[in-house]
Design a protein around this ligand. Sequence first.
Ligand code: SAH
Length: 214
Amino acid sequence: MEEQNYIEPREQMIENQLIARGIKDQRVLDAMRSVPRHLFVDCSYRHEAYKDYPLPIGCEQTISQPYIVALMTESLQLKGTEKVLEIGTGSGYQTAILAELARHVCTVERHELLSSNAEKILQQMGYNNISFKKGDGTLGWPEKAPFDSILVAAAAKKVPPSLLEQLSTGGRLVIPIGDRLVQELVLFSKDARGVQELHLCGCRFVPLIEDQKS
Ligand code: SAH
């Protein structure tokens, strides 16, 4: 299938799933309009790549629903100058969206295969502002800290303390919090007075696995 064939489904995704549900940040909408989501899933799922649900990406993981990618990204209010940490590279789709909108993205994935596949495709697409790491993202990436924004794409019982430590003052961190079935997307904002918490919506992500405890 050629690139051209997906322009229409991508535009429908923007209109019906993102704008209709309240995504307003034009930079986020433009990024999601330009990144070819269908190239981040297996050929057998390409015809479903712009549908309103997550899809399997191997290793029992999923590429997040487009609306959730947009909502999490919008909540970070990226302007283009930031260094962002992403935990859970997965397919690399969310990574590409962040790389469109921030100065640099540091992304951590515990599955070697997913990490190397994502690195390959993102390099082929010409992104040169992404650093990849294979390992346990609950520890963050201390050598690259601090980060202006942090996005965690897997659900934790509580926010890993290392991630809050590696967030700059004035920074924002978005993460699904809860157990396997019931989770809420939570935005943490760090300022001189401490950390504020804002609950965005209910959601359902794969779990954030702490390797040192598994
Ligand atoms: N944003 C991704 C979604 C990936 S699903 C996409 O759009 O494709 C969440 C990912 O988090 C999975 O790939 C899973 O392997 C990874 N993950 C879970 N626990 C992790 C951890 N402790 N460190 C790094 N990655 C982790």
